[in-house]
Write a protein that binds this ligand. Structure first.
Ligand code: S3P
Length: 427
């Protein structure tokens, strides 16, 4: 689907963004492991999370819908799937689910779409094999499809070379089925939703700085309410900062400190941003975020332990950086090449078409601002929802209209993206 975006006068109003994707996946996965029926409220309607939900139905979970976002789920035991499990575009589904499936008494095959099938799985295959798992890649290339056979797992002490919540969560979930204790240490803190949810559901989990230990545990159901996704909010936070006279409040957003790198960066760059009404729900912090047009932005350096705290927001941060005076340097972000697309290459290639001064580096990019973005170009989306939405935000300030190809990728995480923007135009 092709979309034309035109420059807008301003954006004003109050919105909500879709339920957090990371929390939605984990709610169904851990909910299915609970002893008894769990209620999940405000589940993501994005394709990634819908694929997770479908897979758990195929694995024997009974789901009782109140409506599409709210349901109860019960799974007495996971059962042998009748066919390969399809994860679509979702790296979180395949990596976290592998951790659960290696501990089951049956064989399973996990496959995904073209983009997913190019993404590295060695990062989970290697440590899972150290635990004794029988997991392999069908084509012996450490990529999906993955084949998992039954095995007995032992706890290990794993020092992960990368700060990845997907790797960490995969091993924590496998640790629920292993003999003894599984310990994972990561180089920097990645998002800690799995640890928080495991604790909330009663698991034996110990957190010691960057070292997390887990032993096999019973999980007990307790309602899970999913807050808005800060990674989806990010598009509107940036839009409000760069569109003249804009003022937007986003209600009920998850502000877990392992995800709020974007807020720290915006404050440092000079954005008018306020966190309001902060509170704790289901062991996660949530708040309303208010942002207004910020004329005097300045470039900064984004690196080191900040990277895992904003990894998914880096594409849209390039748009913000193009409107800041001076250089914004993003480094230590190699893993951005392993997401739904090679996001370093994709943003540099596509956004330079708009007149952005962006230079590709091995582990990130450098942007020189402030630049008037020109538009009048066709932007490709590389099977990547976050690239599509970042391009849309750029289009709001381009001098001439912009065309985005294959905008349907937005459905991966944010099917209601265009309606949400429209709402801010009307008010
Ligand atoms: C996610 C972790 C991140 C992130 C992804 C979702 C998760 O990946 O990019 O969109 O839910 O655990 P890594 O932890 O592998 O960096």
């Amino acid at each position: 689907m092709q979309l034309k975006i035109e420059k807008i006068k301003t954006l004003k109003g109050e919105i909500e963004v879709p339920p957090d994707k990371s929390l939605s996946h984990r709610a169904v996965m851990l909910g299915a492991l609970c002893k008894g029926k769990i209620k999940i409220k405000n589940y993501s309607q994005g394709e990634d999370c819908q694929n997770t939900l479908k897979i758990f139905k195929e694995l024997g979970a009974k789901i009782d819908f109140e409506n599409e976002k709210n349901f109860s789920l019960e799974c007495k035991e996971l059962s042998n799937p009748q066919k390969p499990l399809y994860v679509g575009n979702s790296g979180t589904t395949i990596r976290l689910l592998s951790g659960i499936l290696v501990g089951q008494n049956f064989e399973s095959i996990l496959e995904g779409d073209e983009s997913l099938s190019k993404r590295p799985m060695k990062r989970i295959i290697e440590p899972l094999k150290l635990m004794g798992a029988n997991i392999s890649s069908k084509n012996n290339d450490f990529k999906a499809p993955l084949i998992i056979k039954k095995s007995l797992l032992n706890g290990i002490n794993y020092v992960s070379p990368i700060a990845s919540a997907q790797v960490k969560s995969c091993l924590l979930f496998a640790g629920l089925f292993a003999k003894g204790k599984t310990t994972i240490t990561e180089p920097f803190q990645s998002r800690d939703h799995s640890e928080r949810m495991l604790k909330y559901l009663g698991a034996n989990i110990e957190i010691n700085g960057l070292e997390i230990g887990i032993t096999p545990s019973e999980l007990y159901p307790s309602d899970l309410i999913i807050p808005g996704d800060i990674s989806s909010a990010a598009f509107f936070l940036v839009a409000a900062a760069i569109v003249p006279n804009a003022e937007i409040t986003i209600k009920n957003v998850g502000i877990n400190s392992t995800r709020t790198g974007i807020i720290d960066v915006m404050k440092k760059m000079g954005v008018n941003i306020q966190i309001l009404n902060s509170r704790i729900i289901c062991n996660e912090e949530i708040a309303d975020i208010k942002v207004s047009y910020s004329e005097n932005l300045k470039g900064i350096t984004i690196q080191g332990n900040l990277i895992p705290r904003l990894i998914d927001e880096l594409p849209v941060i390039t748009i913000l950086a193009s409107q800041a005076v001076g250089k914004t340097i993003v480094k230590d972000a190699w893993d951005l090449r392993n997401k739904e697309s090679d996001r370093i290459k994709a943003v540099c290639c596509e956004f330079s078409k708009l007149g952005m001064c962006i230079q590709e580096k091995d582990d990130g990019f450098e942007i020189e601002g402030k630049t008037k973005l020109k538009g009048d170009k066709i932007i490709e989306t590389y099977n990547d929802h976050r690239l599509a939405m970042s391009a849309y935000i750029a289009g709001l300030i381009c001098e001439k209209p912009l065309i985005i190809n294959d905008f349907q990728w937005v459905n991966t995480s944010f099917p209601e993206f265009v309606q949400t923007i429209e709402k801010l135009k009307e008010e």
